[in-house]
Design a protein around this ligand. Sequence first.
Ligand SMILES: Cc1ncc(COP(=O)(O)O)c(C=O)c1O
Length: 405
Amino acid sequence: MTSLTPVDSSHSLDPQRLESLLSEPHLMRVAVRPPRIMVRGSGSYIWDHTGARYLDFVQGWAVNSLGHSPPEIGRALNKQANTLLTASPAFHNLPQLLFAGELSRATGLAQVHFASSGAEANEAALKLARKWGRLHRNGAYEIITTEGSFHGRTLALMAASGKPGWDQLFPPNMPGFVKVPYGDAAAVAARIHEGTIAVLVEPIQGEAGVVIPPEGYLRELRALCDRHGVLLMFDEVQTGMGRTGTLLACQHEQVRPDILTLGKGLGGGVPVSAVLASERASCFVPGDQGGTYNGNPLMVAVARAVFGVVSEPAFLQRVRAAGAELQELLSPVCVEHGASLRGRGLLWALVLPEARAERVVANSFERGLLLNAPRPNLLRLMPSLRVSNEEIAEMVEVLQHALRG
Ligand SMILES: Cc1ncc(COP(=O)(O)O)c(C=O)c1O
């Protein structure tokens, strides 16, 4: 582990220049950010330009699976950066060939295509399903997705997602998606017809606020898809790579999809994602899909190093144990504040009785704890998968104050 010494704020810019930078004259305003600049991270902690330290239970939105700046990533980056940055996707590179085999063996899916973001992997997944529909379902193209779902921010994925209000933002919306309530297999059954090619779900809805479907939901979807001869697609961009205590969240129900997407924790902090497909679904031919950074050796070498850690049974066991600890310590807090708790592994949401999550996030921030509020009444916790019991206890103590404040 790197040392935990706070940053030396003496390198910081003069106050006037800082104020001018923080007024964001040259940044498009796509987010509201606190007037701090994050400058350094280590494990479960991150420091801003003033030297203030925060216990990070956001971790780049469930991205830094091994925490901030883990040594494994530094080593892999350094080694690969000094070996080969990129040769272009027109040539083979060793990290891609090796990691494709490892991921395929771990997931039971025949083939892999690497990309850079969750959205890019999901776009590839949609294209794969549409291609499959053209080949095997007489040109059908309809995909059943779920209300509340989040699959990414491209135009196609905004149409596929069920995030409230998104259908109003950038019309006209891409056709070909049918939405049903999440967790309701009968609702899916009612909408499958000859024009359907696939069912796409998150095994646990992340951005909707860690919504866990009823036990058996994924198995029922698998059976339905098999009965109707359509593809089952899981978006595990948020839930995959150990986040829920198993390598994939769908392994909780021992269900294997035809198409699977991974991102976020796959790279542990660097931009890499993947779409995987079974032999029957893997129907791309040269020219169908690609991208300048697809299979980039630098990023894939990092993903491989992260995978080497998170795929270890003892590591996953520790994620489950840490999740149990978090649940145990947070339960009395929930009782005191009339909140409820839901989650698995190290992906949790605290459901507040009132819409005050933003205020609690701001209170926590002032007290040195980073949390996220995906909905007005929801706090989401997604710490490093290496979070210690002491750090969990520290989070609970700060949160307790922030909830009272
Ligand atoms: C389930 C799921 N799919 C896709 C995405 C999009 O990933 P990215 O932001 O890397 O494009 C997200 C991001 O939060 C997600 O949670």
